[in-house]
Every structure is written in structure tokens, then in C-alpha cells.
Write a protein that binds this ligand. Structure first.
Ligand code: DC
Length: 220
């Protein structure tokens, strides 16, 4: 079977990351977390003292950033100009900043080319917000994964519990803000592609979601 390009879009807390990794593992495909790329830009912008809407500064920053995923002994690592940012991009502050810089056309254009390059040879599961709509409109299989707001907040809270001191109410507040930013921005807003297979994971186990996806991939 030819190596496929599979896209999984959806809001925070929908289970995308866990499911995308498992699906990629089961298929022997690469897993590409595109949210990590936006987070890397956000972290670099913060370190450079840039405001998230400073388009001139962001353009210059992106021009000198070299981001790449490399396989390390502790799984996939994200490097920016050789520095490992994998862990430092996972904070509530960077989540919000990533959402803010992701609305800037200059950042989206920079990452669009990088993502398409990564997808050139197929055989990959791309996780993000606009994978099926903008980055890979001709992907072989597109999924849009969602869950109820309540379930998403609880998942996100559990996920962050070991690394963040945020209360459940704070997680909910940030998630609502990010949902709003990500789905109302002008460029590449979060939405299902017309030909995406929509899955609501609220009442499904991780394994059930992966099995369901594998059935769709099998017939693709
Ligand atoms: O998936 P994540 O939570 O790591 O993504 C962080 C932010 O990056 C998210 O709030 C919006 C942005 N993003 C995007 O605009 N497009 C993508 N393909 C992936 C993420």
C-alpha cells in the first residue's frame, strides 16, 4: 500500500496527540505535531522580547529560525537552531502565545512551507488545526477529532497536572480563549475540511478512536 498522508485536526483536549501518535505507530508512519512548531515560534518570540503581533519582528525571527524534529533517546525532540525546546514549549503561557502568533500571516506562511516539506514523501500523520483544510488539502485521509467542552477541559487538566499548577477553572478559561482565537482568526481557522471524517471522542476510549481511524485508513 502506498504511504499515505493522514491529517488529524481538532481543538485542544480532543485527544489528537495521543491518538495521532498511536495511529502513526500502528502504521509505521512518522508523527508530526504541528502545534509544536507554533509553540517553538512563540517561545522564541518571547525570548526575543517580541509582542505576538509584531509582524516585522516575527518575520525577522522566522527568517533565522531552523526548526526540525529529531529522534532522541527520549522520543521525538523539537530543535530550534540546535536547541532542544521539546519540554519548554509545554507551559500554559506558551499555549496562549502560540495561539496568538498562529494568527499572524507571516508565521503561518513560514510554517506552511516547512510542513509541506515534511509531508513530501507521505507516510505521515499530521496533527494540527488546518492540516486537512490548508496545508494538505489533498491528504489521503482526513479526520476531525472533537469532544464536548467538559471532557476536553478535564483531559487537558489531567494532562497538565504533573507540569502545571493551574486549577481546573484556569485550564477552562485558557481553553475557551484558545478555542475562540483558533476558530475565529481570519487565516486558516480551526474547522473541519469538507471531506474530513468527523469523530466525537467524548464517549470513546483512545483505543476505540484508533480502531475507528484504522478502519477508514484500511479502505483508503
Ligand atoms: O496543538 P497545540 O495545542 O500544541 O497548538 C498550539 C497552538 O498552535 C494552537 O492554539 C493554535 C496553533 N496551531 C495552529 O494554528 N495550526 C496548527 N496546525 C497547529 C497549531
Amino acid at each position: 500500500m502506498k504511504p499515505l498522508t493522514i491529517t488529524i485536526d481538532g481543538p485542544a483536549g480532543s485527544g489528537k496527540t495521543t491518538v495521532s501518535k498511536l495511529l502513526a505507530d500502528r502504521l509505521g508512519y512518522r508523527y508530526i505535531d504541528t502545534g509544536a512548531l507554533y509553540r517553538a515560534v512563540a517561545l522564541e518570540a518571547k525570548s526575543a522580547g517580541l509582542a505576538p503581533d509584531d509582524d516585522g519582528g516575527l518575520k525577522e525571527l522566522c527568517g533565522r529560525m531552523r526548526v526540525q524534529f529529531v529522534q532522541g533517546s527520549h522520543g521525538l525532540r523539537l530543535l530550534s537552531n540546535g536547541t532542544d525546546l521539546t519540554d519548554s514549549i509545554r507551559t500554559p503561557e506558551i499555549s496562549l502565545l502560540a495561539s496568538a502568533v498562529s494568527a499572524r500571516p507571516v508565521v503561518r506562511q513560514y510554517l506552511l512551507d516547512i510542513q509541506r516539506d515534511m509531508g513530501r514523501q507521505g507516510g505521515a500523520v499530521f496533527e494540527g488545526r488546518d492540516m486537512g483544510t490548508v496545508v494538505f488539502p489533498d491528504a489521503d485521509v482526513k479526520f476531525f477529532l472533537d469532544a464536548s467542552a467538559k471532557v476536553r477541559v478535564l483531559r487537558r487538566y489531567d494532562e497538565m497536572a504533573s507540569t502545571s499548577s493551574q486549577s481546573c477553572a484556569e485550564v477552562e478559561r485558557d481553553m475557551k480563549l484558545r478555542d475562540k482565537n483558533d476558530s475565529t482568526r481570519e487565516l486558516a481557522p480551526l474547522m473541519p475540511a469538507r471531506d474530513a471524517i468527523r469523530i466525537d471522542s467524548s464517549d470513546l476510549t483512545i483505543d476505540q478512536v484508533v480502531q475507528l481511524m484504522l478502519r477508514h485508513v484500511d479502505v483508503a
